[in-house]
Design a protein around this ligand. Structure first.
Ligand code: AHR
Length: 500
């Protein structure tokens, strides 16, 4: 019997809803086909946005969407994507497949999508190949309500009112595709560019995000903070509100990556052990941030994470289209539990990417759409959004098929929502063992418990022929005890329990 101890009296930190955030780039079929089909498409849409996709994302309570990249962001010139569509520039998407980008999805379309989704906007600006003026004018175009050249241009293009930009990224991966900069050079550029990301709305200040490290590049975190943070006493949080971190899970390494669907037990545990590395990254980058910002005002923004496998056979290698199995569900559940547990520092995370690219929650093919196992995990975990993280401890043991890739048998996180309902999410990483859990809930009688679960064989996935192979089922294997609850977590599963 495994012990889980939950202390409802210790509320540790708020789980920012943005931890459940997503990312959409002009890459492959994410924006075009996946989200946007255009007003004249036979696929049902509202102002060009796919109705089926929008409805599914609303159900999942998508809180925030990052756009337009990724590497695309540092080549994106926003003025190419405004005004009459027939006049918009056609360009080559040099990063992603060399295809024609006709700019039919631009700033107005992005905010229309956010409006339909009811989510916040996270816009990523161009430092690598853009100018300070270009960035500054974009912010003016989007957020200024008075009379000004950019506000007037927006009105001329059909949008009288300004939009709210909740988050703004000043460059992306500037250590690589965003300009191959050194940390000091980027740090200084960041200071300059962010100066002109003006707050036109006193009550809706833009949360500014600096480009953080690639994986374990602790040197980058240290040197960017050293450059940007020490002169920051004059403003509330210094020059930045957030610092990003990018970490993808690819079991076989960057060069080969491995198949999304064809893997054995060994690769299963290898993948999960690699995804668990996220916790070490958060701890070690967090320790550097603590030196500068002990009160944890600056958020760690994990704005790209998820699995990155070899593309589906026969698809464009530049489109990064991959299938999604129970392994992805476990990767999602494990990472979200980690983010919840570190919500004192992690303020936002954005899964890469929303539709048809990497670890997507939705795949589309023409008018068909399917929800991936990853979608179902986000849908089960949505109750953690803006809830309070509770102190909890699960007695785990180590499992695996080889010494190099041992993993804990389970992971968990627990929160309490505004209605006082407690939400427990558990992942069982074992391929063959179920675990009996005895949950001790301190000083809080339980009156009701409901559960839902995703539990299938490791290769299980949804296809356009069989879109409901993997779906959430009611979980009944739970009972109330005199000190809490007791339940059995099946092998290879992700579980959500709501406790009153
Ligand atoms: O998500 C795909 C790419 O991965 C992004 O464009 C880039 O930021 C990262 O390297």
């Amino acid at each position: 019997m495994t012990k889980l101890v939950i202390n409802p009296n210790v509320k540790k930190s708020k789980i920012h809803k943005e931890i459940y955030g997503h990312f959409s780039e002009h890459l492959g079929r994410c924006i075009y086909e996946g989200l946007y089909v255009g007003e004249y498409s036979p696929i049902p849409n509202v102002n060009g946005m796919r109705t089926d996709v929008v409805e599914a994302l609303k159900e999942m309570k998508i809180p925030v969407l990052r756009w337009p990249g990724g590497c695309f962001a540092d080549e994106y010139h926003w003025m190419d994507g405004i005004g009459p569509k027939e006049d918009r520039k056609k360009m080559i998407n040099t990063h992603w497949g060399g295809v024609v980008e006709d700019n039919s999805f631009g700033t107005h379309e992005f905010f229309e999508l956010c409006r339909q989704l009811g989510c916040e906007a996270y816009v990523n600006g161009n430092v690598g190949s853009g100018t300070v003026r270009e960035m500054s004018e974009w912010v003016e175009y989007m957020t200024f309500d008075g009379v000004s050249p950019m506000a007037d241009l927006r009105k001329k293009n059909g949008h009288e009112d300004s939009w709210d930009v909740a988050f703004f990224g000043v460059g992306n991966e500037n250590w690589g595709c965003g300009g191959n900069m050194t940390p000091e050079f980027y740090g200084n550029e960041y200071r300059r560019y962010q100066t002109y990301v003006r707050d036109y709305k006193a009550d809706k200040k833009i949360y500014k995000i600096a480009c953080g490290a690639n994986v374990d590049d602790y040197e980058w975190t240290e040197r960017v903070l050293h450059t940007c943070f020490r002169h920051s006493q004059s403003s509330q949080h210094g020059f930045m509100d957030g610092l990003s971190l990018h970490y993808y899970t690819h079991p076989e390494g960057w060069e080969i990556k491995g198949s999304a669907t064809d893997f054995d037990d060994k690769v299963w545990y290898k993948t999960l052990s690699k995804t668990l590395y996220m916790e070490e990254l958060i701890n070690r980058h967090g320790a550097i941030m603590d030196k500068y910002d002990p009160e944890k005002k600056i958020g760690m923004i994990v704005d790209e994470w998820g699995t990155w496998f070899t593309v589906e056979p026969g698809t464009n290698p530049g489109f990064l289209y991959q299938q999604n199995t129970m392994r992805d569900a476990l990767v999602a559940g494990i990472n979200l539990n980690i983010f919840n547990k570190h919500s004192d520092r992690v303020h936002m995370a954005n899964l890469a990417q929303l539709v048809n690219v990497l670890q997507s929650v939705i795949l589309t093919e023409g008018e068909k759409m399917l929800l991936t196992p990853t979608y179902h995990v986000f849908n089960m975990y949505k109750y953690h959004q803006d809830a309070e993280l509770l102190e909890s401890h699960l007695d785990t043991k180590t499992i695996g098929v080889d010494d190099a890739h041992q993993v804990p048998n389970m992971t968990e996180s627990v929160s309490v929502d505004t209605e006082g309902v407690m939400h427990i999410t558990i992942t069982n990483l074992s391929l063959d063992e179920a675990y009996d859990v005895d949950a001790l809930i301190l000083e809080r009688p339980v009156t009701e418990v409901k559960g839902e679960i995703l539990a299938e064989e490791m290769h299980a996935m949804n296809t356009f022929e069989e879109p409901e192979n993997v779906k959430v089922k009611e979980f009944k294997n739970v009972k109330i005890t005199d000190k809490g609850i007791a339940f059995t977590v099946p092998a290879c599963s992700v579980l959500h329990l709501a406790v009153k």
